[in-house]
Design a protein around this ligand. Structure first.
Ligand code: XMP
Length: 327
C-alpha cells in the first residue's frame, strides 16, 4: 500500500459510534507508538490541530506538549479559547507563547502581501523552534495532517511539509493520527472527543490570520479595529443563523481613509469590507445574499462601536474573479 492510500480497513466515519470506534483504535495505536516518550504539537486552535491535541491528550496525557503561538493576528478570543479548553478544561501540558510584539515588529512598514506572508511563516517556525529547543526528551512531532493534504501533495498541487518546517538537527518522528480522514470525519471525531461545536465547525481561517485582512502595512490601531469589527460580524451571523450556513465570512480593512462625520465633527476613518462566501473546496466561491436588515444592523454596530471605522462596504465579487481573501 502506498503512503497516499487510505487503508481499506478504515471505514467511513459517519456516526458518533464510528467516531468512538476510531478514537479507541487510535488511542491504542498512539500508546503503542509513543510509549513513555514525549510528543510536541503546534496547536493553532484550528480544527485539525485541536482534534489531534484532544486525541493525544486522551492517549498519552501530559506526555503531549502543546505549543500555542499567538502571533498577534488571531481573531478576537481565539487564543483565550485555546487556553480555556486545552489549558484548563482538558488540563493539557500547554505552552502559551505571546509572540505578538515579535511578529508585529517584523511586519512594521511591510505592505507587500507575499512578503507579509513570508515574514509570518518564517517567524512562526522560528518561535516554534525556540520552544522546541527548550523542551527535553521530545521524540515525536504530532501534526494535524488530513487526507486532502496528502492527496494534494500526491497530485503536486501543494507540497506537504511533513517536518513542521524545523531544521535538520531538530527532527522528530511524526505522529499523524488523522492523516487518512476527510475534514467531515475529523469534525465527527472532534465532537466525539467532546470539543466545543464552535471549535469543531470553525470556518476556514488562513494561517497568517488577520495579517492578510489588515491590508497593506499592518498598524496596531487598524489591526485592533479589524479584530473588533470581525467579532461583531461573527456575533451577528451567530445571532441570525447565518453562521451555520455560510462557508466563510470576515472583514478586511484596507489602508485607506475617507472623510466622515461623527458627533458633528469631521471623522476620518477606514472602511470595513464584509466578505461572505460559499464554497466547497475554496477553488471557486459564490456570494451569500445577506438580508438587508442584517447588513444595516452590522453597519450600525461597527460604525458606532469600533474606533477608527467610519464606513462599511460589502464585497459582491465571486471567485473567480476575486480570490476569497484580499491578499
Ligand atoms: P483565496 O484567497 O486564495 O483563499 O481564494 C482560498 C482559501 O484559503 C484560505 N487561505 C489560507 N489558508 N493559509 C491557510 O491555511 C494561508 O496562507 C491561506 N491563504 C488563504 C482562505 O481563507 C480561503 O478559505
Amino acid at each position: 500500500m502506498s503512503e497516499f492510500e487510505r487503508p481499506e480497513t478504515l471505514k467511513p466515519i459517519e456516526t458518533p459510534a464510528q467516531a468512538n470506534a476510531f478514537i479507541e483504535e487510535k488511542i491504542n495505536e498512539i500508546r503503542a507508538q509513543v510509549g513513555d516518550k514525549k510528543v510536541l504539537l503546534a496547536l493553532s486552535g484550528g480544527v485539525d490541530s485541536s482534534v489531534v491535541a484532544a486525541l493525544l491528550i486522551k492517549a498519552v496525557g501530559k506526555q503531549l506538549i502543546c505549543v500555542h503561538v499567538n502571533h498577534g493576528l488571531m481573531r478576537k478570543g481565539e487564543s483565550e479559547q485555546v487556553i480555556e479548553i486545552f489549558g484548563k478544561e482538558l488540563d493539557a501540558n500547554l505552552v502559551y507563547v505571546d509572540a505578538t510584539d515579535g511578529f508585529l515588529g517584523k511586519l512594521e512598514g511591510v505592505a507587500d502581501p507575499e512578503e507579509k506572508r513570508h515574514i509570518i511563516g518564517a517567524e512562526f517556525i522560528r518561535v516554534f523552534e525556540e520552544e522546541a529547543r527548550k523542551q527535553e526528551g521530545i521524540e515525536f512531532l504530532a501534526q494535524g495532517t488530513i487526507y486532502p493534504d496528502i492527496l494534494e501533495s500526491k497530485s503536486g498541487v501543494k507540497s506537504h511539509h511533513n517536518d513542521g518546517g524545523l531544521p535538520p538537527d531538530l527532527q522528530f518522528t511524526l505522529c499523524e493520527p488523522v492523516k487518512f480522514l476527510y475534514k467531515n470525519e475529523v469534525r465527527m471525531v472532534g465532537e466525539a472527543l467532546g470539543l466545543p461545536h464552535a471549535m469543531v465547525y470553525r470556518q476556514p481561517f488562513p494561517g497568517p490570520g488577520l495579517g492578510v485582512r489588515c491590508l497593506g502595512a499592518i498598524t496596531r490601531d487598524r489591526l485592533h479595529a479589524l479584530r473588533e469589527a470581525d467579532a461583531i460580524l461573527r456575533e451577528e451571523f451567530d445571532n441570525c443563523g447565518l453562521a451555520g450556513k455560510v462557508w466563510q465570512y470576515f472583514i478586511s480593512v484596507p489602508d485607506l481613509k475617507s472623510v466622515g462625520v461623527r458627533d458633528g465633527k469631521r471623522y476620518e476613518g477606514w472602511p470595513a469590507i464584509i466578505r461572505a462566501v460559499n464554497s466547497v473546496d475554496a477553488m471557486t466561491a459564490t456570494i451569500e445574499e445577506i438580508p438587508y436588515a442584517v447588513l444595516h444592523h452590522i453597519t450600525y454596530r461597527i460604525t458606532h462601536e469600533v474606533e477608527g471605522i467610519n464606513r462599511v462596504a460589502l464585497d459582491l465579487t465571486p471567485k473567480p474573479i476575486g480570490t476569497i481573501e484580499w491578499e
